[in-house]
Design a protein around this ligand. Structure first.
Ligand code: CDP
Length: 211
């Protein structure tokens, strides 16, 4: 049976994870958060003090890595890792590494009914032929407010104006990079997630019912 693939792209803190979890539960699909892979690589580079501006050093490190986990954890959710993940994600070698890992993961899990995958380039580059593509749109101030609350709730120190600045900087990095920039993927549906989650879910359910 053909696997169902649903992609969710959008900027930082736009609620992709919450939406992906909702869809994965409703449709019994496996949820893959591609941001986790960039964050896990960022953590490895940070711990091992790899100069992330040196392509040569990055490539050498990537050759050594056999496995990365899709497991979420508090230590990859810090602001330092968020910024570093966005910095290493500009390199084509990093993107190819992560993409290959994702294809293999999806292809080897034959028993799964399908996947809902979120990130920045999932509908535009990684799974261009997905059954349903969503692009999540939320204004930066609302995203910063939500991220601020998330960080405070998880016990991290956080300052709203700094979060807003970081979010705008990451938007810039993600949208302006040369390789696989964040765009609205061709054929995707734009979901307005500025308001209540109930309203977001209504928009999504209309689309899910048509698959
Ligand atoms: O959760 P949040 O939206 O803040 O970020 P994330 O999805 O965990 O991704 C962290 C960083 O990884 C992003 O700022 C992107 O630069 C990068 N990323 C990417 O380039 N492509 C993806 N498919 C996923 C993440």
């Amino acid at each position: 049976m053909k696997k169902l693939i649903i992609t969710i792209d959008g900027p930082a803190a736009s609620g992709k994870e919450k939406i992906a979890k909702y869809i994965s539960k409703k449709w019994k699909l496996n949820h893959l958060d591609s941001g986790i892979l960039y964050r896990r690589l960022a953590l490895i580079f940070l711990i091992e003090n790899i100069d992330f501006k040196s392509i040569h050093k990055i490539k050498n490190k990537l050759k050594e890595i056999r496995q990365i986990s899709f497991r979420n954890s508090k230590k990859i959710r810090t602001q330092v890792i968020s910024k570093l993940a966005s910095k290493i994600a500009v390199h084509n070698c990093v993107r190819n590494f992560v993409n290959k890992f994702q294809y293999n993961f999806v292809n080897k899990n034959k028993k799964m009914r399908g996947f809902v995958i979120d990130g920045r380039d999932i509908g535009s580059v990684v799974f261009k032929k997905a059954d349903l593509k969503l692009y999540i749109d939320v204004n930066p101030e609302i995203r910063a407010k939500r991220r601020y609350k998330q960080l405070i709730d998880s016990g991290e120190k956080s300052i709203y104006p700094k979060i807003l600045r970081d979010i705008k900087l990451r938007d810039k990095q993600d949208k302006l990079r040369k390789h696989s920039p964040l765009i609205i993927p061709k054929g995707s549906h734009i979901i307005n997630n500025n308001g209540r989650f109930k309203d977001t879910v209504n928009q999504i359910n209309i689309l899910l019912d048509k698959i």
